[in-house]
Design a protein around this ligand. Sequence first.
Ligand code: GDP
Ligand code: MN
Length: 381
Amino acid sequence: MNLHEYQAKEILRALGVPIPAGEVANTAAEAQAIASRIGRPVVVKAQVHAGGRGKAGGVKLAKDPAEAREKAQAILGMQIKGLTVEKVLVSDAADIVTEAYVGIIMDRASRKPVFMVSPAGGIDIEEVAAKTPEKILKLPVDTRYGLQSYQAMRLGFFLYDDLAKARAAAKIMQQLYTAFVQSGCSLAEINPLVVTPAGDVVALDAKMVIDDNELDRRPGIAALRDESAEAPSEVEARRANLTFIKLDGNVGCCVNGAGLAMATMDLVKYYGGEPANFLDIGGSSSPEKVIAALRIITADRNVKAILFNIFGGITRTDDVANGIVAATKASPLTVPIVIRLTGTNEEIAMKILNENGFSASSDMDEAVKSAVALATGGRAA
Ligand code: GDP
Ligand code: MN
């Protein structure tokens, strides 16, 4: 789950990270009122779950409340990477001397949180990583001990030669690490961390991604979810208890079990197709889950063929068959469907499907080939 910048900043501010004052607005008039309260030049910032807002025109300075209103008017409703801006953060604008990058990610290879910091922060950090990786310091943290003071100082000195600034940065590293652990993050980032003309070290942007598996024991964090800022298909999938990830291809996949879903996507690719999604309906699938899955897959206009691949263990294939029949009765399909199922109650499932005009096979290879052929405008194999 992604947090908005303003939400991540509230968490960091509560832990002591220096962050300019700011408030969220849903309208241009509210943005103007906030700028009046701040009483100084402000920065108006799009609150969407996307990076690169600055480059997309979603971050604008305003010298007075009237200009804040104009800038908010321009940013609200703007599309950034396919997401509509519904809210803006209006913050006290900082003057910037240098911009640094500070981030922590959960690194799968070392199975540890890893700090990444660079004195060359700001909007081009991806380019820094690609072209001048020596400007990035990576430092893994042993979660048994947390971030040690000497490690925090090492990170601080990588950013600043000056002792006072290195110390200030080291303190922020500790606070960011605390936020990362407390909130169940897979990523926490401050970019840019700036030095102001007065010599203060201040966080101007914050990003936090929460590991969904950490949400159940953190109701306060879970409550920060903003469904209006998420893809509608992912919202519906979560409500239906499906694991769904949208992809760019045209073969809509509906599979039970994450491993089989991965294998199915591999096979789709192997036969020259492109999966439109990863969708795991999970074990013990009820017809309702299948109905929700079909609704989500068919809502994607890119989908040119649908592939069901069900291995019945705990999942009863007759439940899946009933789901397919019910869903397609309620809203008839406009794209071809290929069904492969085998395992628990296979004979019953085949009978249900055949009686309702569907054909199904138990051969995964053939089914995937057919789905790919149909999606690319050919005939079933
Ligand atoms: P992002 O592009 O989505 O990462 O949005 P950021 O919040 O990081 O803003 C992008 C850039 O806008 C920063 O790297 C800064 O250069 C600039 N910026 C953001 N806030 C301020 C501010 O308060 N004052 C000034 N002068 N520039 C800012
Ligand atoms: Mn940024």
